[in-house]
Design a protein around this ligand. Structure first.
Ligand SMILES: NC(=O)C[C@H](N)C(=O)O
Length: 491
C-alpha cells in the first residue's frame, strides 16, 4: 500500500551510497514536470506522499512522459547531500527501469491540456478533477471540519443515530421530494393501510430531513443527532442550492426555550472555529493557489497583499471574535424596511412587510453588511414556516413560531431550528389548516397523543458551512460530486 512512503522512509533511515541501486519501486502519478537544458524533474504522488525524480542525463526523454500518467521506477540511486540532509528525491541512471503503468491516451484525454483550470472547467471533468491539489485539499478540509463537528457533538453528550433515507414523509411539506421506485417501475414497498384506502401504492421518498424520525428517538434519548444526505427537488440552480446535500440534524428533549437551541448551535459552530484557530491543522488544507470560477472572474492574487491562508485566518478570527447577534424577526423586518427607505434601489426586492419571507439578499445584507456577524433571527410568522414548529402569539397577537434561522455573512441561512409543537390538538389543528395528509403522519401525531415531551432541534446545511469556511464561491464545489437542478449526472 502506497509505495512512496517506503521510499521516503528508506531515504530517511539509510546512509547513502551514490552507486547503490535501490530496488524499492517508486510508483505514483506525475503531478508536475520541469524541463531544463540538461535536467528533467518529475514530481510523482501516490495520493499520500510525493517524491521528485531527477533525470540528469536525459535518460527518460524518449519516453515522453505526460502529466497525470502513472509510472513505476526501480533501480534508482539516491543523491548524496553535502549538508547531510536528505530530500525526497531519487536519481535516474542508466540501469533504472521505468514502466508506465497508467498511460494516458492523448486522443482521449483533454484534461491535462489546459494550463489554468477554472472551477467551471473542473466541474466538467468529475472523473479527473481531484487530480488538482486545490480540490483534494478542499476534500481534506471538509473531512477535517466534519470530524471536528461530529466529535464536538459526541463530547456534548449527543448520541449519533441512523435515521432512514427512504421515507414516506415530506418533512417540510413543500412537495419537493424525489420519489423512490424500483427499476421495474412498480412501487416496491407494501402499501400501508391508509395508502390502500386511498388507492395509493407504497410510495416512498428520499428524505428531505431526518427530523421527524429523530423526534421518535429523542423521546428515549435526550440528545440525538445525525449527519446524512438529504434530498430536495427544489427547482433552484443557484450557487447555494444542491439537490443532494448533507445535513447535520440534532433533536433535544425537555427544551422549552428556542434560545437554548441557539446556544447549542452557536457552541457547535464555534467549536469548529476554535479547532481551526487553535491547532491550525485545517489551515494546511487552504491552498494558496485558488482557481477561479470562470476566466473572466480573474482577480490577480499577486495584487493582493495577503495570502489565501492569511485571508482565511482573518475570516475565521473575525467570526470567532464577533458577538453573534440574536434578533427578533419583527426587528429584522424593521431594519430591512429602514434600509429600503433610506437607500432607494439598494435591494432588488423592495417590498417587504411583516409576514413575508426574508429574501436571500436581505439575509445576506443583515449578516454581511449591517451586523458583520452571524445573526440568529427568531420567531418568524407562522405562515413562513413548516407545520411542526411550536406556535405562540407575539405582543401584537400575531401568530408566530418559536424558531430561528442562523444567517451567516456572504451565504445567508445555514441553520434552521425550532421548538416542535408538542400539543396534540394544536398540531392537529395546524395540519388541518394546511390541508395536510393527516393519515400519513399518524405515527408523528401519536407522539403528542401518548407521552408528549417538550423538545426542539435544528439542521445545519453542511456544504453551506464549508462554502463559508473555505471561502468558496459556489456550493457545487463543497461536495465531491454535485447534484443540482437542471444539471447532468455526469458521474
Ligand atoms: N432538523 C431540522 O430542524 C431541519 C429542518 N427540518 C429543515 O429541514 O430545515
Amino acid at each position: 500500500m502506497g509505495t512512496l512512503k517506503k521510499v521516503i522512509d528508506f531515504i530517511a533511515n539509510n546512509s547513502h551510497d551514490a552507486n547503490k541501486l535501490i530496488d524499492i519501486p517508486a510508483q505514483g502519478r506525475i503531478i508536475s514536470k520541469k524541463q531544463f537544458k540538461k535536467v528533467m524533474f518529475y514530481n510523482i504522488s501516490d495520493g499520500a506522499n510525493t517524491i521528485q525524480i531527477t533525470d540528469n542525463n536525459g535518460l527518460l526523454k524518449h519516453k515522453n512522459l505526460k502529466i497525470d500518467e502513472v509510472i513505476k521506477l526501480k533501480n534508482y540511486t539516491l543523491p548524496i547531500r553535502k549538508d547531510g540532509k536528505s530530500k525526497n528525491e531519487v536519481y535516474v541512471n542508466s540501469k533504472s527501469s521505468l514502466e508506465v503503468t497508467g498511460p494516458i491516451d492523448p486522443e482521449d484525454y483533454e484534461f491535462q491540456s489546459k494550463q489554468k483550470k477554472t472551477l467551471h472547467y473542473l466541474r466538467n471533468f468529475p472523473q479527473y478533477k481531484f487530480q488538482t491539489a486545490y480540490l483534494t485539499n478542499l476534500l481534506k478540509f471538509r473531512s477535517y471540519v466534519e470530524m471536528n463537528i461530529l466529535n464536538h457533538m459526541v463530547d456534548q453528550g449527543f448520541v449519533k443515530v441512523a435515521p432512514p433515507l427512504i421515507t414516506e414523509n415530506d418533512c417540510e411539506d413543500s412537495g419537493e421530494t424525489f420519489s423512490v421506485l424500483s427499476t421495474s417501475k412498480k412501487t416496491f414497498f407494501k402499501p400501508t393501510k391508509t395508502q390502500k384506502e386511498n388507492k395509493e401504492g407504497g410510495q416512498a421518498n428520499l428524505t428531505v430531513s431526518t427530523q421527524l424520525h429523530l423526534e421518535i428517538i429523542n423521546r428515549a434519548i435526550q440528545k440525538v443527532f445525525t449527519m446524512t444526505p438529504c434530498f430536495r427537488a427544489e427547482k433552484s440552480d443557484t450557487k447555494r442550492h444542491l439537490s443532494e446535500f448533507w445535513m447535520l440534524e440534532a433533536e433535544l428533549s425537555y427544551v422549552d426555550k428556542v434560545e437554548e437551541l441557539c446556544d447549542v448551535t452557536e457552541k457547535m459552530i464555534r467549536s469548529v472555529l476554535t479547532g481551526l484557530l487553535q491547532d491550525k491543522n485545517g489551515l494546511k488544507f487552504i491552498s494558496n493557489y485558488e482557481p477561479f470560477e470562470n476566466t473572466y472572474d480573474h482577480i490577480d492574487i499577486a495584487d493582493e497583499k495577503i495570502t489565501r491562508q492569511q485571508k482565511m485566518l482573518q475570516k475565521w478570527t473575525a467570526l470567532d471574535e464577533a458577538d453573534w447577534v440574536r434578533l427578533d424577526y419583527s426587528k429584522a423586518i424593521d431594519l430591512i424596511q429602514n434600509q429600503i427607505a433610506e437607500n432607494d434601489g439598494f435591494f432588488i426586492d423592495e417590498n417587504i412587510t411583516w409576514g413575508d419571507e426574508i429574501a436571500t439578499e436581505h439575509e445576506k445584507w443583515l449578516a454581511t453588511d449591517y451586523f458583520k456577524a452571524p445573526v440568529f433571527i427568531l420567531n418568524y410568522p407562522k405562515k413562513c414556516k413548516p407545520f411542526y414548529m411550536k406556535k405562540f402569539k407575539d405582543e401584537k397577537m400575531r401568530d408566530v413560531v418559536a424558531n430561528f434561522d442562523l444567517l451567516f455573512p456572504e451565504i445567508g441561512e445555514i441553520v434552521g431550528g425550532s421548538l416542535r409543537e408538542d400539543n396534540y390538538s394544536l398540531l392537529i389543528g395546524e395540519m388541518q389548516e394546511r390541508n395536510m395528509n393527516m393519515a400519513h403522519l399518524k405515527w408523528y401525531t401519536d407522539l403528542r397523543k401518548n407521552g408528549s415531551v417538550p423538545h426542539g432541534g435544528f439542521g445545519l446545511g453542511f456544504e453551506r458551512l464549508i462554502v463559508h469556511l473555505y471561502g468558496l464561491n459556489n456550493i457545487k464545489d463543497a461536495i465531491p460530486f454535485y447534484r443540482s437542478y437542471n444539471n447532468t449526472l455526469k458521474v
